[in-house]
Design a protein around this ligand. Structure first.
Ligand code: ZN
Length: 242
């Protein structure tokens, strides 16, 4: 089974469209989304509709839950809070219903999926060795998928040895009897210094994973953000992948 994994779209429709065009060329058996469909970006309803139509499985993320009013906006920095308020008003009943139907974690055959981490599927970031180790200890599946940090990473666990690293465009990983923890990076707001939209192609049968990046018309998303009255700093950062 081959699966396209996307995460942290953040209402950036142009990035999502570019990723799905590449996904279509690969003709995977399924598309999975690890959450944060909305927040920060200007096209929340289009992104919810697209994910609902295209994804066989989607998680819900912390931004989605803040917009739904399920968790408190006080957890956010001011700009994220402004964007969450804007999104709350912009969200259609249809989008609200869809996001409200999703969970922050899931298990599909031999893959465990979390928006944040196995410790806290909504808020916890897996960004250091301690968090990677905890994520392996709290899971059993050979494949563990996480989102939330917007930084693509690949971590191997073979016996007691753990290796974790940033996974830039073109990184290929193999599951050689051990276990793999993978973050595809972010479709709509990458934060690893590469502005291109990120996604991950898994070949579960062959035990292989491929990290991919794709260009998209950033200036179109930036213009939509400014036209919508979203904070300028949020529009600026997507050009830098930060
Ligand atoms: Zn996110």
């Amino acid at each position: 089974m081959r699966v396209a994994v996307i995460s942290d779209i953040h209402a950036n429709l142009h990035a999502l469209t570019a990723v799905l065009e590449e996904v279509d060329q690969e003709q995977p058996d399924a598309v999975w989304c690890l959450g944060d469909l909305v927040g920060y970006g200007p096209r929340p309803n289009d992104c919810c509709r697209t994910v609902r139509e295209r994804a066989d499985l989607s998680l819900v993320g912390n931004h989605d839950l803040v917009v739904l009013g399920v968790v408190d906006v006080a957890e956010f920095n001011p700009e994220a809070g402004i964007a969450a308020e804007w999104t709350r008003h912009a969200l259609s009943d249809e989008s609200r219903e869809y996001l409200g139907s999703l969970q922050p974690s899931a298990t599909v055959s031999n893959v465990e999926l979390y928006h944040g981490s196995p410790r806290d599927a909504v808020w916890d970031y897996v960004l250091d060795g301690e968090a990677v180790q905890a994520a392996f200890e709290l899971t059993q599946a050979p494949w563990v998928l996480i989102g939330h940090s917007h930084i693509p990473i690949a971590a191997h666990r073979d016996d007691d040895r753990i290796d974790a690293a940033h996974a830039p465009d073109g990184t290929e990983e193999r599951l050689n009897g051990g276990r793999l923890l993978l973050n595809p990076g972010s479709v709509g707001q990458p934060r690893d210094g590469d502005h291109r939209a990120a996604w991950l192609l898994l070949d579960l049968g062959a035990g292989r994973a491929f990290f991919r990046r794709v260009e998209y018309p950033i200036e179109r998303t930036q213009k939509e953000m400014l036209d919508a009255g979203l904070p300028e700093a949020l529009a600026e950062r997507i050009a830098h992948g930060l």
